[in-house]
Design a protein. Sequence first.
Length: 550
Amino acid sequence: MIQSLSIQNFALIEQLKMDFSPGFTIITGETGAGKSILLGALGLVLGKRADLSSLKNKEEKCVIEAHFDISAYDLKEFFAENDLDYENISILRREILPSGKSRAFINDTPVNLQELQALGEQLIDIHSQHETRELSENQYQFEMLDSFSGNGSELTQYQEQLKIYKSQVQNLRQFESDLKQMQQEFDYHQFLLQELQQISLTDINQSEMESQLEQLSHVEFIKENLHKAYAAANDEQFGVLHLLHEMKSAIQKVAGFSSRFASLNERLESSFIELKDVASEIEQSGDELVLDPKKAEEIEQKLQSLYALQKKHQVTSVAELIEIQKTLEQKVLAVDHAQEQIETLQNAIDLAQNKLDEIANRISQNRQKAAHDLTRQLHEMLAQLGMPNARFKIDIALTEEYFSNGKDQLQFLLSANLGSDYGLLRKVASGGELSRIMLSVKAILAKYTQLPTIIFDEIDTGVSGEIANQMGQIMNQMSQQMQVFVITHLPQIAAKGNQHFKVFKTTNNQKTTTEIKALDKEQRITEIAQMLSGAEVSESALNHAKSLLN
């Protein structure tokens, strides 16, 4: 419930603060006194958009602050999800700066308007004449019926499953679209794949092949130089090995005279062995090197094919060609096994659809049952409100189409008078009838759901007399379970409140200001008497006011 509301520098309000009690609160005042300003201020603190026109003094900021007791609401999860400090008495504040910038706070933590609106929707239901017209709208009718039937958890399950179903359908459509494209390119992909497969990429070492070709192209030159190198090492008179052998023999003779000479001897021995091994490998390499034009031609042709493929696919390595080959294999394979994939995707759709249908059927059954109970209670309450012959019919038809809230089509039908045909609620109900129907709906829902604080803004439009008295009685009964505010022009309703505020204008120094005050018992009598008879209060009006209050 809302405990207090303070307003500073908003519209015609300079500064005021109101403390509210649980139960039934009445707000009255002459037309144009500023009752709508209160609702506007409350709307801002609940997250509605604002602009500089909201400021009374354009050079000062506007501050609106509301204190709520939220201990009866299950809102701890909301606070945790939005990283807010939870307090049983929570404070919502809105500031509008002279620059036009707006700031919002929950328990002194800055928040965006979306977060403020999300919390506000769970705290206050402001019901104006516009909302009465919403009663004729299909979406509102669904929300009302689902609240009455307790379909909340089923609707959450349905919406989650609907996302899964739509995702599965999208997957199939995407695959079929991709498949159509792949089928158009299938022959080309298959041709590219065969080109790559023919060259056996996994068996190719490009750098080694290029080296082999380089050797085979210069066999004579290589053999000639290998022969020169071997001759330089093994010449009997001037060969490196012969000279090194003589050098080694000389040092070996003096090795015993010094560790230094011994070390030189070991190094010469090692060099001799290494050089002898090198000479042997040079001889072997020369013997193995054979002029083979055919092999050179084969390697050159294979390299030319490889170079052509690399140029075609705009790559520079065998590894990149192998990756392209794998991709082409997947594309070709996808077309070859497309039907299997389509069946798999269709099976997933069927499974999701079956689950979705189960939930939708439960929702529809709950609505059918709730419709019967709701119409019965509406008939009883509308009779109390002067519509004894009104008859409701709620038609629910299960369709094959998946809507956001199930598979049902819904029609609220009304026969307002005895013997008249049923017609769509939006076409046959008058403004006064809609007001009474909406009040009945809210009163019934209050028994079954934890409704927030509710504000009725002139819901009594189009009614008077005993009907107004009955409406006041119903709202008073509602206030036993929730906090109820009513902005009204009818004394019969005003007299039913536990707390009464009057909104009025004052003029001082050529400035008009809206003010509000809580009325005591005597002031309430005078206010209700004025509502009965006008500014000139007669004795009979005072007596009538006392009678209403009693």
